[in-house]
Design a protein around this ligand. Structure first.
Ligand code: GTP
Ligand code: MG
Length: 194
């Protein structure tokens, strides 16, 4: 059952093992609310986390949901199981993201260690057709040198521009808590202004 309390939702999507649940934990605070694992395929359902943010300084906080989705692509489980999770995530995006739906923004995670993979590009393509704005978060930035970081961001920025897309790009590391404030600001801005 999905919530029907009218609160906005910001969904975290991306390939299996890209670091969705870890990033969500880091965003929400120290508590390990979302389950993470070395093994792709950890998140098997839609998980809603209620959080709050203020639209402006001294304004009352507004509640919204961060939604942790199962990953796309590779996972060490049967193909049918993988397809079922993917359908779950697809249906979530289609239904909640339709005009007037609660989806205020999508946070698309891409592993900063690799070029964007076919599954990443397929997701990007989907988001282009969705009314909800999106934020690109590059994950696991702690694995890169500062040169590599700037290069990854530049490559993605060019790709977005080529595709006529516009989105904030944030370098993040859930492990080192890099980019958390910047990402939170974008997430909160979309959520409370939706
Ligand atoms: P699924 O739910 O299976 O789709 O995976 P997920 O995208 O939720 O990934 P998860 O958060 O479970 O993390 C997958 C692996 O990446 C774990 O081994 C994490 O420890 C690791 N990881 C996540 N974030 C970071 C990070 O910022 N830096 C590094 N070095 N590793 C990370
Ligand atoms: Mg997960």
């Amino acid at each position: 059952m999905l919530p029907d309390d009218g609160l906005a939702e910001v969904a975290v999507v991306g390939r299996s093992n890209v670091g969705k649940s870890s990033l969500l934990n880091a965003l929400v605070g120290r508590r390990q609310v979302a389950r993470t694992s070395q093994t792709p395929g950890k998140t098997r359902a839609l998980n809603f986390y209620r959080v709050e943010a203020s639209p402006a300084k001294a304004a009352p906080a507004r509640a919204f949901y961060l939604v942790d989705l199962p990953g796309y692509g590779y996972a060490k489980v049967a193909r049918t199981q993988r397809a079922a999770w993917q359908r779950l995530a697809d249906r979530y995006l289609a239904e909640r993201g339709a005009g007037g739906g609660p989806l205020a923004a999508v946070c698309l995670l891409i592993d900063s260690r690799h070029e964007a993979q076919p599954a990443d590009l397929a997701l990007l393509d989907r988001l282009r057709d969705s009314p909800a704005p999106f934020i690109l978060a590059l994950t696991k930035s702690d694995k890169l040198s500062s040169n590599q970081r700037q290069q990854r961001v530049a490559v993605l920025r060019r790709r977005l521009a080529t595709d006529g897309l516009e989105a904030p790009i944030v370098l993040t590391s859930a492990e080192k808590k890099e980019g958390m404030e910047e990402l939170w600001d974008w997430v909160a801005t979309f959520a409370v202004n939706s």
